[in-house]
Design a protein around this ligand. Structure first.
Ligand SMILES: Nc1ncnc2c1ncn2[C@@H]1O[C@H](COP(=O)(O)OP(=O)(O)OP(=O)(O)O)[C@@H](O)[C@H]1O
Length: 280
């Protein structure tokens, strides 16, 4: 199968008082119809990589190819209108929704982008139904919705554009725990219904395991482990992956408490992981 997305030896640096290398010689591929998860703790470089994939971040070196062509650096504004076959869902839905435009119109923007690329078109109401929202929400504004409803609208808007590749950066972190798995599943189903590839970024291996075909584990800008999601979950090869898994909160009857990090994890992972993983 030819690749939809190919990231090769990607390096992203931020130059301020000091140089931060956020992504360090990172390579991965996504095929059409594949769900790839990228997991890792806060600050490991996931968002920097996602932004580079959609043309919002300029690589220092390496390449990001989409359907065999280099993804141009478009910055934040131009990306939205020029490159609609790759869509992005952000952790904070407010960064992709316009507070002054009704929900229906915002989803229509996505539908228009799809029509411009030859799609036969759909209605905002259909998309609201697909993401589990009442169709009456077409006439609402974003501030009249809950955070979870806003994120569903952002997902509807992105999917209405019928992307070939959907990049979702922590799309379920802002949702309440009870709806995280169902929204993640919905994203998988809707992306695959359209034949799209999905890059699903999360720090939650338990949910990733449910929806991703393959999982890439990232630590300090690099890949420490990658493979079939179930294998990574059941038989993690790298101590960092084991630390991530053992730090997943477990119900203990009294509430949700973090489990102890893996015994063989280096001290820096053991101290930083529970805090990072409990950000939700
Ligand atoms: N604009 C920027 N300028 C300077 N440093 C940055 C910038 N954006 C990110 N960084 C740094 O790059 C590193 C990777 O950040 P990035 O946001 O990609 O990580 P992340 O894994 O997505 O984290 P989170 O899960 O908290 O969003 C961090 O050390 C961060 O502080």
């Amino acid at each position: 199968m030819s690749e939809l997305l190919e990231v090769s030896d990607l390096v992203i640096e931020y130059h301020g008082a000091s140089v931060v290398r956020a992504v360090d010689k990172f390579s991965m591929t996504i095929a059409p119809g594949e769900v790839l998860a990228l997991v890792g703790e806060s600050g490991c470089g996931k968002s920097s990589l996602a932004r580079a994939v959609v043309g919002m971040e300029k690589p220092r070196s390496g390449s990001v190819d989409y359907r065999g062509l280099s993804v141009p650096f478009l910055g934040v504004r131009r990306r939205r209108s020029n490159f609609t076959s790759i869509q992005m869902v952000f952790q904070d839905p407010n960064s992709s929704l316009n507070p002054r435009v009704r929900v229906g119109q915002q989803i229509s923007e996505g539908i228009r982008a799809a029509i411009e690329r030859g799609d036969e078109g759909s209605s905002p109401e259909e998309w609201l139904e697909r993401v589990g929202l009442p169709i009456g929400m077409v006439s609402r504004y974003a501030h009249e919705l809950s955070g979870g409803q806003r994120q569903r609208v952002a997902i509807a808007r992105a999917l209405a554009a019928r992307p070939d590749l959907l990049v979702a950066d922590e799309p379920i972190s802002a949702l309440d725990a009870s709806s995280q798995a169902s929204v993640a599943n919905m994203m998988r189903r809707l992306a695959l219904d359209s034949g799209a590839g999905l890059l699903f970024i999360s720090h939650d291996l338990a949910i990733v395991r449910l929806i991703a075909d393959r999982t890439v584990v990232m630590y300090r800008g690099r890949i420490v482990e990658s493979g079939v999601s179930d294998l990574i979950w059941n038989d993690p090869a790298h101590p960092y992956t084991r630390a991530l898994i053992s730090a997943i909160p477990e119900p203990d009857g009294k509430g949700i408490l973090p489990a102890a990090p893996a015994a063989d994890a280096p001290e820096e992972w053991r101290s930083s992981l529970p805090e990072a993983l409990n950000r939700v």
